[in-house]
Write a protein that binds this ligand. Structure first.
Ligand code: IPM
Ligand code: MG
Length: 361
């Protein structure tokens, strides 16, 4: 099959990690007989430099016409890069929010997997993580605090800032359905995370999730308060299968989860809408401090490309081949600097990509 992929490298380490993911897709193409064609598009700081805004309407439209999007990372350093002198809705990250919303990508899947080979990079005690863990976030991505009304103004002589956390039942239902569908293909457990002891939006959240659960009698549903969840992720990560949560909680908890897997450089993510179209990007940021130095770990982006093969293109065997190749290279002892440990062989970004691609061919 021929696939048309919108390639958005973005800023910082974005271009170098996307390059390695393409290398790996190339290998998949030659082994399994597919072709991947790329349309290069700008988003984030590089788009501000070129067009004065982080994502133009034209770019959004072109991205939406592709079969799916492979994204690196966007953003720079606050206080260093001039992009951050612009108003908030013109900064690099605004491009990311605009593309998520504009393409209806409400379902953000973020796997948190402890690779056996990397257990030494995990900061938790051996007895907690023995045997590894494997859970996934279904994070709502186009609602909540990120997209509610916000403003900063003087009210009665006092500077006041307001952000609004709003969810309607349809938004909650569609992400809940996704979480239960995913759970059906896994260990059939959904933990819905909220702050229902305080927030109205959370009380509606848990009510709607409980309704959706009735359609999935095989799936065990639990509810957990977000503060407790933050604690449970470090206390006993093995208890989780699918964690379902709203936008902001998911943002915070997924960074925490990535840390307990050993490195943010390992975690992939998929942002999906109603159909098969999706946007695939590493869970980490653009790491401008190491950009262009061949230090970045491309594995999160490569595993995101594997998610693209699986979720958007239905190429399961191909996705397995990529994931197996990553495991094999780790087993062979190759590490980028972020996951380096004694006795292993340190490699750069490009060599890591070559090694993984080599296992696929
Ligand atoms: C993420 C990032 C984004 C988010 C930022 C860059 C807007 O942290 O994808 O987790 O908060 O969603
Ligand atoms: Mg985040």
């Amino acid at each position: 099959m021929d696939y048309k992929i919108a390639s958005i490298s973005g800023d910082g380490i974005g271009p170098e990690i996307v390059r390695e993911a393409k290398k790996v897709l190339e290998a998949v193409g030659s082994r399994f007989g597919h072709s991947f064609a790329y349309e290069e598009l700008l988003m984030g700081g590089c788009s501000i430099d070129a067009y004065g805004e982080p994502l133009t309407d034209e770019t959004l439209e072109r991205a939406g016409k592709s079969d799916s999007i492979l994204l690196g990372a966007v953003g720079g350093r606050v206080g260093v890069d001039s992009w951050y002198e612009l108003p908030p809705d013109k900064r690099p990250e605004a491009g990311l929010l605009k593309i998520r919303k504009g393409l209806g990508l409400f379902c953000n899947l973020r796997p948190a997997i402890l690779f056996e080979e990397l257990s030494r990079a995990c900061p938790l005690k051996d007895e907690i993580v023995e045997g590894g863990f494997d859970f996934i976030f279904a994070r709502e991505l186009t609602g909540g605090l990120y997209f509610g009304e916000r403003y900063t103004k003087e009210i009665d002589g006092v500077m006041t800032a307001v952000d609004t956390l709003k969810y309607d039942e349809r938004e909650i239902r569609r992400i809940a359905v996704q979480a239960f569908e995913i759970a059906m293909k896994r260990r059939k457990k959904v933990c819905s995370v909220d702050k229902a002891n305080v927030l109205d939006s959370s009380r509606l959240w848990s009510k709607v999730v409980a309704e959706v659960a009735k359609d999935y009698p095989e799936v065990e549903l639990t509810n957990m308060l977000v503060d407790n969840c933050a604690m449970q992720i470090v206390r006993d990560p093995k208890q989780f299968d699918v964690i379902l949560t709203e936008n902001m909680f998911g943002d915070i908890l997924s960074d925490e989860a990535s840390m307990v897997t050993g490195s943010l450089g390992m975690l992939s993510s998929a942002s999906l809408g109603e159909g098969s179209f999706g946007m695939y990007e590493p869970s980490h940021g653009s790491a401008p401090d190491i950009a262009g130095q061949d230090k970045a770990n491309p594995i999160a982006t490569i595993l995101s490309a594997a998610m693209m093969l699986r979720y958007s293109f239905g190429l399961l065997e191909e996705a397995d081949a990529v994931e197996d190749a990553v495991k094999q290279v780790l087993k062979d002892g190759y590490r980028t600097v972020d996951i380096m440990s004694e006795g292993k062989t340190q490699v750069g970004t490009a060599q890591m990509g070559d090694l993984i691609a080599g296992h696929i061919r």
